[in-house]
Design a binder for this molecule. Sequence first.
Ligand code: PRP
Ligand code: ZN
Ligand code: MG
Length: 221
Amino acid sequence: MITDTNRLHIAIQKSGRLSDRSRELLEHAGLRIQTGKNRLSARVENFAADLMFVRDDDIPTFVADGICELGIVGLNVLEEFTLGQDAALEVLAELGFGRCALKIAAPEQFDYQGLKSLDGARIATTYPNLTKRYLQQNGINASVVKMSGAVELAPRLKIAQFVCDLVSTGDTLAANGLRPVETVLESEAVLVRTTKPVSGDKTVLLDALLKRIQGVLATKE
Ligand code: PRP
Ligand code: ZN
Ligand code: MG
């Protein structure tokens, strides 16, 4: 399906905080998404486009490579990806959902004295680039330990004293005896497009779809 050169490909999160609202936005833009057996992709019945349901961390790669012309992804994931590289991506719109923040958190009983408490510490995170930039911008010398998930376990496992992770409701932090102490990035879902050349026929499709999406977003202002 991915080799279908006459159709647009749109990457959205397979399952997670952005999935439902991403799908809804496309439906409000008039796309009738086929419900099928395939849980990794779906055809749009009334528009020459296919949806790709992927891990959110893979969305920037697919869009930057031009495999998908459009994607919906959290600014957190996007910025982590683009930091320090010249990625062929452009943010078209902030979508107003999936709001959360990337925060540094400390054990509840830790006597946090501000940023200086982080000096010389170890911080576990899935967002090493954003975390390192924040520390650097604030002149803090700390080491960053990259984890792929379950970051909140790090302090209990003595992997690191602090974590830097996404906070939405705050339930995950609280459940693990942690509290937020610094905000690294405020995030929400964004619409991104590739800046790789899009072939002639698809440019027309892309423009038409973007117009429809902008129309939906305009009514929500
Ligand atoms: C994030 C983060 C926390 C949780 C926080 O994970 O890693 O585990 O959400 O949300 P809360 O404040 O509402 O409890 P995410 O859903 O992005 O999953 P992932 O880490 O597997 O991508
Ligand atoms: Zn396809
Ligand atoms: Mg994720």
